[in-house]
Design a protein around this ligand. Sequence first.
Ligand code: TYM
Length: 334
Amino acid sequence: MEEVQKKRILSGIQPSGDLTLGSYLGAIKNWSALADEYDCYYMLADMHTITVRQVPADLRRRTLTQLAAYIACGLDPEKNVLFIQSHVPAHAQLGWVLDCYTMFGELSRMTQFKDKSAKNADNINAGLFTYPALMAADILLYQADLVPVGEDQKQHVEICRDIANRFNGIYGEVFKMPEPYIPKMGARVMSLTSPENKMSKSDKDQNGCVYLLEKPEDIMRKFKKAVTDSEACVRFAPQEKPGVSNLMQIYAVCTGKGIAEIEREFDGRGYGDFKMAVGEAVVETLRPIREETERILADKAYLEGVYRAGAEHASYVANKTLRKVYKKVGFVER
Ligand code: TYM
């Protein structure tokens, strides 16, 4: 019997800060459910992080911690290819080629570029500008069908499609056209202190952000302080009540309850009760992940085995695409 080819998935997270509840609910949590149905590749996007200055020792520590956290969140390395981006040189190699097929105007319109250049006015480097071409290379090297990301990365998947279209238009069907794959709930987890902004691992306000490996008492303190409003009613209205609606979404994803059910559960009760319940749900969701991450992180030899095998597997697939691209653009074969 002919084997049916599984659809392929690629995604990644930058180890630019400690993982947050946003990266978990918006991304990793959804990834672990996909392993049986899809052929999955998840990378640690370390090359992207140096578009902003990093402390080298911290970047190394965070990369390994993030790998341990991927596994602790349920990404079994036997079923998913887990790898570090800088271990697969084809990313930089295809990134350069795609730089030459990406337009200045397109890159200038990217929201992330505008935000990050405003935040790092003294370091608006070329890498920050061409970041989307490297991200396109990440995706296209693996001929990915689907790219599971949170809402904020949708624009980057769209520009990736534009670049792939342009390249295929010139050279024929070289790249598979990827689709963004965005969760219905948790696609945009907002800051607890300024709910009009997304929860971000590079946020300077530590109180707005819950970290994946944070201690329960710190998590509870942050939820108790979370910004709400003066209506004293647990009701879902993201425009009017961004703080409460954000907490409701977090609670919904952590408990599996629906929005209407949550409104009924807290009908007539104050925000104090509600915030405690959300905090507890988050603590219980993250507790096993924290314990498991710490356990895995202590086993350096195991982690090394995982990222080495991941790099080998990923390189094999990526190099196949790269060879094809090099041939198409006219490079002489070695
Ligand atoms: P990054 O590292 O900023 O975020 C990683 C993933 O987490 C999601 N996410 C969120 N989802 C919901 N609410 C939030 N508050 C929140 N914060 C983060 C992001 O949408 C993302 O899915 N450029 C990418 C990394 C990358 C990549 C790739 C992703 C590099 N190459 C190729 C997919 C495919 C980034 O900076 O994500």
